[in-house]
Design a protein around this ligand. Sequence first.
Ligand SMILES: [Zn+2]
Length: 508
Amino acid sequence: MRKTLKTRRLAAWALALVTIAAGTEGVAAAAERETSPALTEADRAVYERLVRGERVYPDRAYAAPDEPTVYLSFDDGPSKWTPQVLDILREEGVKATFFMLGSQAEAYPDYVRMVAEEGHAIGNHTYNHRYGELYPEYESFRDQVERTSGILAGILGEAPRLVRAPGGSSGHFTPFHFYLLEQAGYAVFDWNVDSGDALRRNARAADIVRGATPAKLPAAPHVLLHDGGNREQTVAALPEIIRYYKDKGYRFGKLDASVEPVQFRYSPGTPPGRPMTEKRFGNLLAEARRIAAERGIGGDSPAVPGEGSREEGPLRLTAGPSGRSATLEAGEYELTGGRFWVSPARLAEVLGADARPAEAPGGAVTVRAGKRVIRIDPALRSVLLIDLSGYTKRLTLAEMKTVGGELRVPLRTAAEWFGSGVARYDLAPERHVELMPAGSFAPSLAGWRAPLWSGPERNRPSEGAPSSSGRPADGRLEKLLWGPAAIVLAASAAVGLSAHAAAAYRAR
Ligand SMILES: [Zn+2]
């Protein structure tokens, strides 16, 4: 019995590979027919979703804080009030985030430096905050963001990645705003607790405290305060606000791009400005990716080989009890933005998974890990997963890049694709990541339990974000990519490896 099942599994595995290959050829042929120089097939699929008013979220893992965390933010500064806010934060020993206006940073560059030197985070709040100039369309917003990036980079040495829309994104941003800013390497943060200090002209300190400390707190409060404008009452309210969160046991976090953002729900009534044609989108997308590449951000830009790992030691990977290990020399991996990037084939090897390397430099890599087949395709920036018991999932816009012809993916994320995970890691005295055995990481399995035709559930940021519809997407690309999965399911059934049989096999 065991032998028969094993044979069937092998047959299903072989069929999966054949059908994936067939499906990919179909995609390639279709791309050849329709690809314009401006947009790849994957970018066009994104365009079609954005133009329908759908948000498209990045495949990004966020660091979950391990204790209750509140994020205080101060907008519209710096101003003459900023030093007083800094004094209070220093006395209380807490950190915060300052979303600065370019015009104010020009006027108070010393305060910009002071905020950075005291260890707070700095974000971009556009140049002048004037809605009439910011929100006619994406380009007008981008112009002010880039202008402010230049000003802050001139003072700080680098441009902040955080962006907050004056007045918030709701009613101002279309899905194109979110997507293009993300592609340019920015992280957009709204808030979920408004202190009300700027809502009324003469808000009193007591009202501000009340606003900043609502009875029903979100899981991670992102509190909106201001240090620009007349902020006497905010300064008066601040110690009590901090006391409130301290008494409740909160840690005070500062924002960075690894914090799961709060983003307001996109309101379909947002004035769209000029129609976003495919050509205009293509140009803006290319520009956004150029901006990210210039700053060394993002998975689209080919990284300089060895970037971030020059003069750093090798990285040792080990897999739990199996004792398998591999050592990646400097240059064979990189440590960028706090994350390790590795070849999926090397990672698969350590996990004891079978990897089929790319046929050509920079091509797709196919990995079999347990009952999963995973195809990582840099041309489409997609990851197709097929569970041989009949479940599939496709991740679009997955983070990956090609370095010297070798595909690289973020280690932690890829380990989860393979049903593993990071057990622990060290940076010193040596760089070492210990992986869980493939298939041992139960929580990630839950993600694959999407029925075949329900469409992929998106990994999304947070509260306030609209939930994905779960409907099958109707683009042709979508059908092409889902096609092979259907064939695998049929083929699996044909060789007797139906979901039922697979469940029986698992039960042994
Ligand atoms: Zn503001």
